[in-house]
Design a protein around this ligand. Structure first.
Ligand code: THU
Length: 136
């Protein structure tokens, strides 16, 4: 399944709209029901409006009524593992710290970590008991 997810992310990377940075990213988001949503980064001449591949995938899924996710694979064409930016970590955390993030390099090797590991203490309106230690 992980290899399938990575292959979907690779295909999504082909769709990247990245004329400004040239940094092409693909993502593939696996729902609990077994559906896969892909996403690519979409840049804009007003740079700050750029949307990352991970968020594109999440927004597509949520728009289709899917909000329960198992894993997301992310790939660029770098030698290093492609890790999600802070904004994408927070957006993923909205749907659960347990989501597995599969961070790939250009050889399709990967590192796997949970969202809660990538963004400890992520923001929530109803902090879990474990988060209260961050208050003081
Ligand atoms: N980018 C992503 O798509 N995902 C990330 O997690 C980090 C960065 C995109 C945004 C921009 O189009 C390009 O990579 C360079 O930052």
């Amino acid at each position: 399944m992980i290899q399938e997810l990575i292959n979907t992310a690779v295909a999504a990377r082909e769709k990247a709209y990245a004329p400004y940075s040239g940094f092409r990213v693909g993502a593939a988001l696996l729902t609990e029901g077994g559906k896969v949503y892909n996403g690519c980064n979409v840049e804009n001449a007003s740079y700050g409006l750029t949307c990352c591949a991970e968020r594109a995938a999440v927004f597509k899924a949520v728009s289709e009524g899917d909000t329960k996710f198992k894993a997301i694979a992310v790939i660029s064409d770098t030698e290093d593992f492609c890790t999600p930016c802070g904004a994408c970590r927070q957006v993923l955390a909205e749907f659960g710290g347990d989501i597995n993030v599969i961070m790939c390099n250009n050889r399709k090797e990967f590192l796997e970590q949970k969202v809660s590991q990538l963004l400890p203490g992520y923001f929530t309106l109803t902090p879990a008991a474990g988060n209260t230690t961050l208050k003081g």
